[in-house]
Design a binder for this molecule. Structure first.
Ligand SMILES: Cc1ncc(COP(=O)(O)O)c(C=O)c1O
Length: 377
């Protein structure tokens, strides 16, 4: 069989989680919470399973959930909202709907690992633009100069995994300027961490700006907002002409998402505003993690949002970040993700990503182990 993705292997998340399990390390590599969702949400799921919600849902999602999402985001429940199998499926369908062979897609690096394979499978060409280390700012003049007659999509991710960067008003203005100059360009905006921003930073969705909203697929998820990554329930918000194309693909990829989960979420989000306290919740976790970290060993990179914190390994060493991460996992028993894997060319600033979505005791123990890192390297 001729591989469609010859250069793609197992994801780093699978690899590091397997390694963490093998050596029984604290696993701050993969981004998933170690705590339970709100018991009310679990009770709703149980109720709908008991009450027989076991069959296919409508392909675009149950009306109750689309209506609840419509209240939250102001999109039309029937024409502009599609419930998907996680943001992953929303992103995959949006990329598939937008990209034809030979089309160029601007992708900012470091980037989440789903984007590139999805673009390549459509015969698209990823055009990588690096966010400038260490602030991870985007040089919008450079972005504009990189646009060619073949540029079809600009892929945005805010708050950004793996850097924790949150786009600011000036970034959105630059995007609007590009949108006005290039009416053929479509935007795909991955906003799964929309409710997790820190300090003075606020999430600015592309949906808030009419010039962008009219040609943006906003992809998001309940996974990070309600601590339910395993439910794989997400959604895509997009104007009718984009939604129509997305749904053509969605109906043949999964047709619909887990029915009982949709009913549970519809009940829950209609009455709960727990998402509004999420930023403070993770800000406190960031504090626990950073409070005692030995800054002679690790430089702290600003995390403006998401549930990740990046640290730069300061001790001079010839080891690359993947080697540092493996040694820390095996010897110090603390697993992280090396940021070089989020770059096509393996750019290595010796930065490691740590997931904050763990109990405070786990984070405290993780810091103690990290502060011993020099003994092993
Ligand atoms: C930036 C980003 N986009 C998309 C996803 C996938 O979301 P879901 O689990 O809802 O498919 C993740 C999950 O980690 C993510 O970090």
């Amino acid at each position: 069989m001729i591989s469609k993705l010859p250069q793609i292997g197992h994801s780093i998340f699978t690899k590091m989680t397997a390694m963490a399990n093998e050596v029984q390390a604290i696993n701050l590599s993969q981004g998933f919470p170690s705590f339970y969702p709100d018991e009310k949400l679990v009770a709703y799921l149980q109720k709908h399973i008991q009450n027989g919600k076991h069959q296919y849902a409508p392909t675009s999602g149950i009306p109750e959930l689309r209506s609840a999402l419509s209240h939250r985001y102001g999109y039309h429940p029937e024409k502009e909202i599609t419930v998907t199998t996680g943001a992953s499926e929303a992103l995959f369908c949006a990329i598939t709907a937008s990209v034809n062979p030979g089309d160029e897609v601007i992708v900012f690096e470091p980037c989440y690992d789903l984007y590139v394979p999805a673009i390549l499978l459509q015969g698209g060409i990823p055009k990588f633009i690096k966010m400038n280390f260490p602030e991870y700012k985007i040089d919008w003049d450079f972005v504009e100069k990189s646009i060619t007659g073949k540029t079809k999509v600009i892929l945005i991710n805010t708050p950004h995994n793996p850097t924790g960067k949150v786009l600011q008003e000036e970034d959105l203005k630059a995007l609007i300027h590009i949108a006005e100059k290039h009416p053929e360009i479509i935007f795909i905006s991955d906003e799964v961490y929309e409710y997790i921003t820190f300090d003075e930073h606020k999430h600015l969705s592309l949906a808030k700006y009419p010039q962008l909203r009219e040609r943006t697929f906003v992809c998001s998820s309940f996974a990070k907002t309600y601590h339910i990554t395993g439910w794989k329930t997400g959604y895509c918000l997009a104007p009718p002409r984009l939604t129509e194309e997305l749904r053509k693909i969605h109906q043949y990829i999964t047709f619909c998402n887990f029915t009982a989960a949709q009913y549970a979420l519809a009940d829950y989000i209609s009455e709960s505003d727990s998402h509004l306290t999420l930023s403070k919740f993770y800000e406190a976790k960031r504090e626990v993690f950073l409070n005692k970290i030995d800054q002679n060993l690790f430089g702290i990179l600003p995390s403006q949002g998401t549930f990740f914190q990046n640290l730069v390994f300061k001790t001079p060493t010839s080891l690359c970040d993947t080697e540092i991460s493996e040694i820390l996992t095996r010897k110090a028993k603390i697993a992280s993700i090396p940021i070089s894997v989020f770059y096509q060319d393996g750019t290595d600033h010796k930065v490691l990503r740590f997931c904050l979505a763990k109990e405070d005791e786990i984070l405290t123990e993780a810091v103690q182990r990290l502060n011993q890192a020099h003994l092993f390297l």
